[in-house]
Design a protein around this ligand. Structure first.
Ligand code: ARG
Length: 478
């Protein structure tokens, strides 16, 4: 069915109509579309293009449609192509020919660009709330269980002991950056494209700034061609969403490993794990795995959007209709993943005993031992060599570094392959063995990195207090 047709003599081919329509997807923009239309009608009235009575009737009709959309009672007609034509047809059914004035000085090109920016604004606000909720859970868990010592890893090999709280707060940092990226994207999208018309600008003296202010925008777009073709904000949103999903995926990956009984560092709540159709013993971390898998979808959404845009000349091209599936998918996947991750983390049982026994393996305190030797005057490279010899000796004896005796330390220090070492071998003071054994304990090793951002308990407690303060009663950013 054609909404306008002076130029056409036949109906659209059914196959083409089916292939080009978008209403099943873009009806998600219905409320944004109606809000934009209401502001546009007010603008038409200000410009004298509709009378005060006409404006009132149009606004009332649009508001009634808003109610219908909210109640879910509006009839969507796939034959009407997209959300814009459906709503215009519904308004026409209510108001008759007066509805035909609504589209004065407007094209679907600036209309859909407006709708998307309104959608983006409210979606970023919602996602910001989801991100904050997850940050809160991470901080709560760090407060409750964060003093547990675990083996920090690089190359997935035991490296240095860290506090669980330090590990959890690393994700808070990532999520804060995600919030910043989304807010940044929303800030740049905060310009109304309405009035750009199809591409050249509306042919009426519309006060674009007033309408933009009416819709809560900070200003208007400066170039009509750009306004109808620009989807940079979609790319920025998708990039931010894809990266946030990468963060959640990395956390998921860790929880998958940590919940393996060989680690046993965490136990998922029964409510957040699934069984096997065949193996009665299984308890699987499916929610984490699905978050990890869906991160691929969202980075695919970003790739889709970039691909859609790269070959497009100015101005509007119908290819742009393909912006909505990736945007809506990314927003839905990110929001659900954030909520699921918050629930999983809140329900997690941490096992500090298992973390500790893992930390007692792998000689993760060797750096602390080397650092102490540096404090006693050795060049770091020599200290590294000595601590390495101690690790080899401990491994040979089946002991931990803090279980080595004085002769073992003496032997490690008295190697012959360097002048510094030889000098040192003479200078070994009494009591060094005791100090080295102490430096080799988990508590001493974890307390050593006292630099800003380090894992020493006092630093982690400060970071936690700062995060708590930041989160306090912070509301999602508008
Ligand atoms: N459904 C279209 C979209 O999402 C609306 C704009 C259509 N404009 C046009 N000139 N065909 O992009």
């Amino acid at each position: 069915m054609r909404m306008w047709g002076g130029r056409f003599s036949g109906e659209t081919d059914a196959l083409v109509a089916e292939a080009t329509r978008s209403v099943e997807v873009d009806r998600l923009l219905a409320l944004d579309d109606l809000d934009g239309s209401i502001a546009h009608v007010r603008g038409l009235a200000r410009a004298g293009l509709v009378t005060a009575d006409e404006s009132a009737a149009l606004v009332e009709g649009l508001r009634a449609l808003r109610d219908e959309v909210e109640r879910g009672t509006l009839d969507w007609d796939p034959a009407l192509e997209d959300v814009h034509l459906n709503l215009e047809a519904a308004l026409t059914a209510r108001l008759g020919p007066l509805a035909g004035k609504l589209h004065t000085g407007r094209s679907r090109n600036d209309q859909v660009a407006l709708d998307l920016r309104l959608w983006l604004r409210r979606t970023v606000r919602e996602l910001d709330g989801d991100l904050l909720d997850l940050e809160r859970v991470l901080v709560e868990r760090a407060e409750r269980d964060g003093d547990a010592i675990m083996p920090g890893m690089t190359h997935v090999q035991p490296a240095q002991p860290v506090l669980l709280g330090h590990h959890l707060l690393a994700y808070v940092e990532m999520l804060e950056r995600d919030r910043g990226r989304l807010a940044d994207c929303a800030r740049r999208a905060d310009r109304s494209p309405l009035g750009a018309g199809a591409l050249a600008g509306a042919g009426f003296a519309l006060d674009r700034e007033a309408t933009a202010a009416d819709l809560g925008f900070a200003g208007v777009t400066a170039n009509s061609l750009d306004a109808v073709s620009d989807r940079d904000f979609a790319v920025e949103f998708l990039a931010a969403a894809a990266l946030a999903m990468v963060h959640l995926s990395r956390l998921s990956e860790e929880l998958v490993w940590w919940s393996n009984p060989a680690f046993g560092w965490v136990a998922l709540s029964d409510a957040h794990a699934t069984g096997s159709s065949m193996m009665p013993n299984k308890k699987n971390p499916d929610p984490c795995e699905l978050i990890r898998g869906r991160a691929a979808k969202v980075s695919g959404d970003l790739a889709t959007m970039l691909g859609v845009l790269k070959g497009l000349p100015l101005a509007y091209q119908r290819d742009l209709q393909e912006d909505k599936p990736p945007l809506f998918d990314a927003a839905a996947v990110l929001s659900s993943s954030l909520r699921v991750m918050a629930a999983v983390l809140a329900g997690l049982a941490f096992r500090p005993d298992r973390m500790r026994s893992a930390a007692l393996e792998g000689f993760v305190t060797a750096t602390s031992v080397a650092d102490l030797l540096v404090e006693r005057g050795l060049p770091f490279r020599v200290a590294h060599h000595v601590a390495g010899r101690l690790v080899a000796e401990a491994e040979r004896r089946g002991r931990r570094l803090d279980q080595l005796d004085d002769p073992a330390f003496q032997a490690a220090l008295a190697f012959e392959d360097g002048p510094e070492a030889a000098r040192l071998a003479v200078a070994v003071p009494d009591g060094l063995g005791e100090d080295l054994r102490l430096a080799a304990t988990l508590e001493a090793a974890v307390a050593r990195p006292r630099v800003t951002g380090g894992t020493a308990p006092e630093r982690v407690h400060e970071a936690l207090a700062a995060a708590r303060e930041r989160l306090g009663d912070r509301r999602p950013e508008a």
